[in-house]
Design a protein around this ligand. Sequence first.
Ligand SMILES: [Zn+2]
Length: 305
Amino acid sequence: MAGADVCPEQTTTATSRTAEIFKSFKEFEETKSRLEEGTCTKYNGIHKEADFGKENIQPSTEKRMYFHLTGVPFDGSPFQLVGTKVYECHLGKDRNAAAKDKYHAQRQAQSLEDHAFQARRCSVQTTKKMNCPVQFTVYHIIKFPDDKFKIDKDTDARRRKASKDLKKAIDQKPSSVQATVQFHTCFPTLTEHKNHPTVGEVAELREGVDERVKGRIRTLALNGVKDIREMRRHLDAYVNDDLFKEQDLPPTTRRRYNPTDKDIRNNMDKSKDRIKNSKEDQCNVQVMCNRLQSYIITVDVKCKN
Ligand SMILES: [Zn+2]
């Protein structure tokens, strides 16, 4: 579980986290997007438990009943944990640092050994990551709000009795048990971010690119746009005419809507990889078809003999 995930008492000050509850994962994601948009931040999912976010997860007599967790405050009603998902600041830890170091060392060695080898570019900074420690966890739970199972005091004996009664009810007649899906989290505050600015133009320049803009780059690349300048013209039109239609335009320093050439290139490359993978899939299907065909012929010949 995330070490930095602290969920204090509910509060409205900007220096400590506030517990928030959502009825669905979609509702959580919409709020997260609005928060990122309004604070020039971006949070990426780094770990997810298997059932997290799945719909139609049913209450189970096999699963543990909780009354509170680090990120789910006590309100008297029992609940079961479906799963958790951990997010971190997009300027967090560089998780590919070892692989990148190995790659750069190999290229360096190759350039020393082979004089004809041309190092493509010398980059002082190989990553945007700033080792920012900010993380937060989302808890997907099934809450049982029925007063029958509610406890007024958080004691071992009351928890045990309510859990036993509830499991018995689930076992005997599951449809009679009220169950509500909830997503709990505490979004981080700006003051928690370290090693990078969170306000002003520098923060805007370090922002992650908007998912809709990324999607647009990939679609345009799939439709044949290969030139960065042409891509930028299309993106300007998309931001001005679609995303911010009849609204004030964002400042051009906001990387979220005005990605760098490298951002554009990276996303164009990703759509190329997708095409390559789908072509490889087609080849695999062709090979399988040929094999199947020869197998059918062999079986047919054997049967006739
Ligand atoms: Zn950060």
